[in-house]
Design a protein around this ligand. Structure first.
Ligand code: SAH
Ligand code: SF4
Ligand code: F3S
Length: 446
């Protein structure tokens, strides 16, 4: 039996795709390897969103080629966004070459490609599959197991054209899965013990806009959230990422109406300067962003916010940055992913070479926001000391120590100790919070 190791870079969409491919491989008679050394084939599921993500994966692939020396049949495949972005150039860019390059819309064919490669008597020409998908978007639906908290891809691609972003190139046009297909997947997961569903897409607020009409004021995305919310056994619903552009009153109202919809929103801001937002081609203003935040707070006073910010977009002045910092202070984000701008070939912003911000300046701005984040995250966690939090237990935190990890509705991580040989995975427990750091809460069972 051939053993395959999948290593994943990038976002939750990639994590989800890797899991679906792993499950498909098992169904086709492959085994999964825990690392590259015990594998007959390695698949790198890659990301292109920043230069560093690509260079890490290219470096890794080059290293893997050394394993071929020991076993000449060892296969190296590259899938995901960098496969789509670089295509056949990877055949020469990776030292030692690769056997398989599979784009983001052909991942469901990976078992078939590996069978073909393993059946060859000698290492032949590499297989390349970079075409757009035909037909439905239902291929990526297999799960390895029904985890307490599971992801479901509801949509692929993105039709926005944010001027810095490579994703529309790597993931293609926006395509939504059918509502019935998603509900069927969530129902099956719930029957297997899943309690929490996170709906995934690059711009989930646009979900289904070409497939379904609005019903009353409800967008297709809100219709989907309601449908998943109604599934028996599902206790929590989350989604990521929405776009401020599509965050309408129907979705804000959903937070007031739907108790299982968790009070946690990941709402990418990118910049707090209207001038920079315009240059990024993000169709909203800082004022509109704040309006959404305030409306959500009114609908759900316990809501907490997470965001994505890019510092050092070409031409970002000190004043622009201060606007971002100020907005950060106003919202008091408890979670944030802060990135230094990375030029991506082929995107409009990559042409702005005259206006590039020096790395020291980006680093400084990055640091300022990270310090704010640490402060707001710690304050939010400290407020919870002494309270009781409802936790969905996801996994052991440290092996062999009876310490488990779970999350509260606001997605704060909570660690707690159990008596030996207890397995609370998948349970919803009330924990009394005793201690807090910026990243973690420490609780005890009541
Ligand atoms: N669809 C999501 C973002 C997906 S990419 C959205 O629109 O919010 C994840 C994050 O990577 C983005 O939110 C952005 O903050 C960051 N990012 C994207 N392109 C980047 C670039 N060229 N340089 C630095 N960060 C980038
Ligand atoms: Fe990229 Fe913008 Fe689409 Fe997000 S919305 S994936 S940042 S183009
Ligand atoms: Fe990276 Fe592709 Fe996700 S570029 S961030 S893995 S969609």
């Amino acid at each position: 039996m051939k053993r395959v190791y999948i290593k994943t870079y990038g976002c939750q969409m990639n994590e989800r795709d890797s899991e679906a491919v792993a499950a498909m491989l098992l169904r086709r008679g492959f085994a999964l390897a825990p690392d590259e050394f015990s594998a007959d084939a390695v698949l790198l599921n890659t990301c292109s969103v920043r230069e560093l993500a690509e260079s890490k994966a290219v470096g890794k692939a080059g290293h893997l080629c050394r394993l071929r020396k020991k076993s000449p049949d060892f296969l190296i495949g590259i899938m995901g966004c960098m496969a789509q972005n670089r295509g056949d150039a990877l055949l020469t860019q990776v030292r030692g070459g690769v056997d398989l390059v599979v784009g983001t819309q052909q991942a469901h064919r990976i078992p078939e490609f590996l069978e073909e490669l393993f059946a060859r008597p000698n290492r032949g020409a590499p297989i390349l599959a970079l075409d757009a998908a035909e037909g439905s978007q239902e291929e990526i639906k297999d799960h390895l197991r029904c985890r307490p908290s599971a992801f479901i891809s509801i949509q692929q691609g993105c039709d926005m054209r944010c001027s810095y972003c490579i994703v529309p190139k790597t993931r293609g046009r926006e395509r939504s899965r059918s509502l019935a297909g998603i509900v069927a997947e969530a129902t099956k997961l719930a029957e297997g013990g899943t309690k929490e569903i996170t709906l995934l897409g690059q711009i989930v607020t646009s979900y289904g806009r070409n497939l379904y009409p609005k019903i009353g004021d409800k967008s297709p995305f809100v219709q989907l959230v309601e449908a998943v919310h109604d599934i028996e056994g599902i206790e929590r619903v989350r989604f990521t990422s929405p776009h401020p552009h599509g965050f309408g009153p129907d979705l804000i109202d959903a937070f007031a109406r739907l108790p299982k919809l968790c009070p946690f929103v990941h709402l990418p801001l990118q910049s707090g300067s209207n001038r920079v937002l315009k240059a990024m081609k993000r169709p909203y203003t800082r004022e509109r962003y704040l309006e959404i935040v305030n409306a959500l707070r009114a609908a759900r006073p316990d809501i907490s916010f997470c965001t994505d910010i890019i510092v050092g977009f070409p031409g970002e002045t000190q004043e622009d940055f201060e606007q971002t910092a100020e907005l950060f202070d106003t919202v008091k984000f408890e979670m944030a992913y802060i990135f230094k701008y990375s030029p991506r070939a082929g995107t409009p912003a990559a042409e702005l070479t005259q206006a590039l911000i020096p790395d020291e300046v980006m680093q400084q701005r990055n640091q300022i926001l990270l310090e704010k984040l640490e402060r707001y995250s710690l304050t939010a966690n400290e407020k919870l000391v002494g309270t009781t939090q409802r936790i969905l237990v996801e996994a052991p935190a440290r092996k062999g120590q009876n310490i488990w990890m779970g999350f509260n509705p606001q997605h704060r991580k909570v660690l707690f100790e159990t008596p030996p040989n207890t397995h609370p995975e998948g349970q919803l427990l009330n924990l009394k919070i005793e201690r807090a750091s910026a990243a973690t809460l420490f609780g005890v069972m009541e």
